[in-house]
Design a protein around this ligand. Structure first.
Ligand code: G6Q
Length: 546
């Protein structure tokens, strides 16, 4: 199926040409209910999408597009455990990991819920032991530092959540994340730690990932400078699907937390890959995060498409990417503890929808996933916001705004919120020549000097944004937010007719580095490469400290 041939897509092309100069400023002036009419809620989370270049007709047409690709039946297929990851012949069941209603979800004739509940119970018991001091290190001391060794989906999500939930941290427990095979990452982490009180969580779905295994082996070597081989069991646990490789590494499989092939790496923070989260904030808070994810799942599954938050966000993305031709999308959290949120969203979206082949294996001729990027406000305002306001590209922005901070704030939170709101308002309104002229006159400019400055101070405006507003960044709210974006990505994948759940590009990287390693490691004959690669290998051999 090619979405661009279906009548609803064609109708959107015509609608776009009628509407491409629609002024949001005018729309707000014409309709005092616009903010209300273009908003939707799920629990305490509000999405205000009124500052988008859309009319009610646009939204109806976008929703018709979603209907025309059977969005509801795709949603049901995911929730029912159908093998919608067709290239890997797998179900896609991150939703089962947070299925707090515990209703059966069948894969290959078996309900997956009992196994999920068993692992959750094992995680709880382990966290309790670590926190209470029933689990002690080799010299009889309590664990104070958790080091997660993993990469990609086995790192980014849990690292982001631990940062975000720092106010919920269990007293006396610190968490660290080592992912990069660059020895700097592990060394700078370990130099601060005491092996007697350090617990390593080796997180790898496959347990074959070069970076993770290299870091885990070096971590074990560091540990063995103090502890003995027998003590490894008290200081190393694993999260994986691959019991054999875990055991070969030397970790007792009793200390292994199981995950399943139907969880994609970038969707796995809800599984035992979230163990560092549970160790850091406690299992109760981890489960509160699952509750939030489940709440968003219920919303996604039950709400009509026109009032469905992930569907609406997905459709607005399609509107800009496929009709306005935008290439990037900024996610700007006005919450410092969400510093890594854009990074996780970058992996989630770009690894899921960075595809050029449709479900049927044909090359596609329309745009798919955008470049996702962003940093916390207000820092971004002093950096790249210039381009969003006055650059030549149209860049839709998501503003993520918690109303209340966890920290004593005096005026900080009000200033933060005012900045977020001001940016979205300014992007929408812009500043026209008359307004700039009046401002300059007030500032005492006139004549040639005024005319020369005026064009530089004009802001075109009409730049779209969504605002996600909520009371506070609790574990439940964070769960809702992550699940919201997961489903948004899925919605777009369905419309683009791509499989959002494989990642052959990542697999390629894993193969290529292994193939070139012998050339970099040894002085033997260099395998056949392009001339640039061969020359760079030769230079590396010359420049390397002997
Ligand atoms: C995520 C990707 C990828 C994966 C890492 C780590 O969806 O598949 O980022 O998570 O490559 O893989 P392992 O967990 O198998 O080590």
């Amino acid at each position: 199926m090619t979405p661009i041939n279906i009548p609803e897509w064609q109708s959107l092309i015509r609608h776009y040409s009628d509407l491409k100069y629609l002024s949001m400023r005018e729309q707000f002036a014409l309709d005092s209910d616009r903010a209300h009419d273009f908003s939707v809620s799920s629990g305490d989370l509000l999405l205000d999408y009124s500052k988008n270049r859309v009319t009610k007709e646009t939204m109806e047409k976008l929703v018709s597009l979603a209907e025309s690709v059977d969005m509801n039946s795709w949603i049901e297929r995911m929730f029912n455990g159908d093998k919608i990851n067709n290239t890997e012949n797998r179900a896609v069941l991150h939703i089962a990991l947070r299925n707090r209603s515990n209703t059966p979800i069948m894969v290959d004739g078996e309900d997956v819920m009992p196994a999920i509940n068993t692992v959750l119970a094992k995680m709880r018991s382990f966290c309790d032991q670590v926190h209470s001091g029933a689990w002690l290190g080799f010299s009889g001391k309590k664990m104070t530092d958790i080091v997660n060794v993993g990469i990609g989906g086995s790192d980014l999500g849990p690292a982001m959540i631990c940062d975000a939930l720092e106010p919920y941290g269990v007293d006396g427990v610190n968490v660290h994340f080592v992912s990069n095979v660059d020895g700097t990452d592990l060394s700078t982490t370990l130099e601060k730690l005491n092996p007697e009180t350090t617990l390593f969580v080796v997180a790898s779905k496959t347990f074959t990932t070069q970076e993770t295994l290299t870091n885990a082996e070096s971590a074990r070597a560091w540990f063995l400078q103090s502890g003995s081989q027998q003590d490894v069991a008290k200081h190393f646990v694993a999260v994986s699907t691959n019991a054999e490789a875990v055991s070969d590494f030397g970790i007792d499989t009793d200390n292994m937390f199981e995950i399943w092939d139907w969880v994609g790496g970038r969707y796995s923070l809800w599984s035992a890959i979230g163990l560092p989260i549970a160790l850091y904030v406690g299992m109760d808070n981890f489960e509160r995060m699952l509750d939030g994810g489940h709440e968003m799942d219920n919303h996604f599954r039950s709400q009509p498409l026109a009032e469905n938050m992930p569907v609406l966000m997905g459709l607005l993305g399609i509107w800009y990417i496929n009709f306005f031709g935008t290439q990037t999308h900024a996610i700007v959290p006005y919450d410092h503890s969400l510093a890594r949120f854009p990074n996780h969203m970058q992996q989630l979206d770009m690894e899921s929808n960075g595809k050029v082949t449709n479900r049927e294996g044909q090359r596609i001729s329309y745009k798919t996933g955008p470049v996702i990027w962003g940093t916390p406000g207000t820092n971004g305002q002093h950096a790249y916001f210039q381009l969003i306001h006055q650059g030549t590209q149209l860049i839709p922005v998501d503003f993520v705004l918690p109303v209340n901070s966890h920290y004593p704030d005096r005026d900080h939170q009000s200033i933060l919120l005012a900045n977020g709101l001001a940016q979205s308002e300014a992007l929408m309104r812009g500043k026209n020549a008359e307004e700039v002229r009046a401002e300059l006159v007030k500032e005492g400019f006139s004549g040639k000097q005024l005319e020369a400055l005026l064009p530089h101070k004009v802001f075109p405006g009409n730049r779209p944004s969504n605002t996600l507003l909520f009371p506070q960044l609790t574990p439940e709210m964070l769960g809702q937010l992550v699940a919201l974006y997961e489903h948004k990505v899925f919605v777009q994948g369905v419309i683009w007719n791509i499989n959002s759940f494989d990642q052959w590009g990542v697999e390629l990287g894993k193969q290529l580095a292994k193939a070139i390693l012998p050339d970099v490691q040894s002085d033997g004959e260099i395998a056949v490469h392009d001339s640039s690669t061969t020359r760079l290998i030769e230079l590396i051999r010359q420049l390397r400290f002997k």
